[in-house]
Design a protein around this ligand. Structure first.
Ligand SMILES: *Cc1c(COP(=O)(O)O)cnc(C)c1O
Length: 396
């Protein structure tokens, strides 16, 4: 069996998204900035895609900027808020310890420029509270940036509550919603979100395209200088085929959020129940407030890398955490943020399923992980020491 269980890293494009792109590759190929009819047809498509993306988020078309993906949207949102703050003498930013590196590395860069960054602690269940945000806000806070749902452990943050706190305090609020868009209901007005990042390839759209929602009146800082595209805030000829693919994928996903969530979360819970039978393992992140498709476990006495390679031999595509950190031997900053000790943070496994996953596949996944975990433990000196009592188990 071949099972793709790495949908948090990227998804397969839907047929709808592929079909939406095709005409814009070889028929309606104009440059939307051109005044002639071929260009204007592309420009009409661009305007329609912008409106459709906006409708999925509950904002106006004029509040959407197309970017090259989630990373660029995160960078631009944070840098823009920092520049706005700087002009008012406000150089304090609040975020969390388990953000995506697109956020954390941008914050590091700002710290080197003299900004002060408060990273909120994440509770063991993978959640931060609006109260924590409220208590951290100061006179000089210019931005709160908290991810909507975590890409490794899938936990969903109380975004509406955090938005309300930020609005009441007059502080800009950005959320990296790359894992949430197309999977959870989003309404930027109702949730008091000022800026939001999304990326098409996380909801069955193409790679290399994303969007940044920016509430009207917030001045963006350019990351790319050049032409006047995207209201002068993001230069470069628009990638119309990808934008059309993204709009189609988002509309399709948003049209069946409840149906997909019900189906996928039932499979997720079956997978969690099956893997919970493995002794000395622990589910990472809240069991309920998590993305429909996310399962993340730590197993004691296991190396995550070996687990992945052996699962690959069994036809299972999985991940130990973020695709961005694979290749480094450091344990995941997300697992460390929720207090997992180094010993077990190394033995993590993330399985992220989609609407296309079947119950048969889930049952195969459970069997494959059980087999590989016991095989690896059988060869592991670390496991031998744990079993003989020479070292202590961290988990129950
Ligand atoms: C994938 C991801 C990103 C990066 O998006 P790209 O489009 O790949 O740049 C940012 N944040 C989160 C939470 C993600 O899952």
């Amino acid at each position: 069996m071949n099972i793709y269980a790495d949908n948090a890293a990227t998804t397969k494009m839907s047929r709808t998204a592929v079909d939406a792109m095709l005409p814009y590759l070889d028929q309606i190929y104009g440059n939307p900035s051109s005044l002639h009819s071929v260009g204007q047809r592309a420009n009409e498509a661009l305007a329609s895609a912008r409106g459709r993306v906006a409708a999925c988020l509950g904002c106006d078309a004029g509040e959407i900027i197309f970017t090259s993906g989630g990373s660029e949207a995160d960078n631009q949102a944070i840098i823009s808020a920092a520049r706005i703050g700087e002009r008012k003498g406000k150089k304090h930013i609040i975020s969390t310890a388990f953000e995506h590196h697109a956020v954390l590395h941008t914050l590091n860069k700002l710290e080197k420029e003299g900004f002060e960054v408060t990273l909120l602690d994440v509770h063991e269940n993978g959640l931060v509270t609006a109260r924590q945000v409220e208590e951290a806000i100061r006179e000089d806070t210019c931005l709160v940036t908290v991810m909507y749902a975590n890409n490794e452990i899938g936990t969903i943050q109380p975004i509406g509550e955090i938005g309300a706190v930020c609005r009441a305090k007059g502080v800009l609020f950005h959320t990296d919603a790359v894992q949430a868009a197309g999977h959870l209901h989003i309404d930027v007005k109702e949730q008091n979100i000022d800026m939001l990042s999304l990326s098409a390839h996380k909801f069955h759209g193409p790679k290399g395209i994303g969007a940044l929602y920016v509430k009207k009146g917030i001045a963006l800082t350019n990351l790319i200088e050049g032409g006047a595209q995207e209201r002068g805030k993001r230069a470069g000829t628009e990638n119309i085929p990808a934008i059309m693919g993204m709009a189609a994928a988002l509309e399709e996903a948003c049209g069946s959020i409840d149906e997909n969530a019900a189906k996928v979360s039932a499979l997720r819970d079956r997978l969690i129940a099956g893997l919970s039978e493995i002794p000395h393992g622990v589910l990472n992140g809240d069991a309920v407030k998590r993305l429909p498709g996310n399962v993340n476990f730590c197993f004691e006495g296991i190396e995550g890398e070996s687990l992945l390679l052996l699962l690959d031999d069994k036809g299972v595509c999985a991940s130990s955490g973020s695709a961005c950190t694979s290749g480094s031997l450091d344990p995941s900053h997300v697992l460390l943020a929720i207090g997992r000790p180094h010993e077990i943070a190394h033995g993590s496994l993330r399985l992220t399923i989609s609407e296309e996953t079947t119950q048969e596949e889930v049952d195969y996944l459970i069997g494959a992980v059980k087999e590989v975990v016991s095989y690896l433990r059988g060869m592991s000196p670390v496991w031998r020491d744990l079993e003989s009592g020479k070292s202590k188990f961290v988990t129950a």
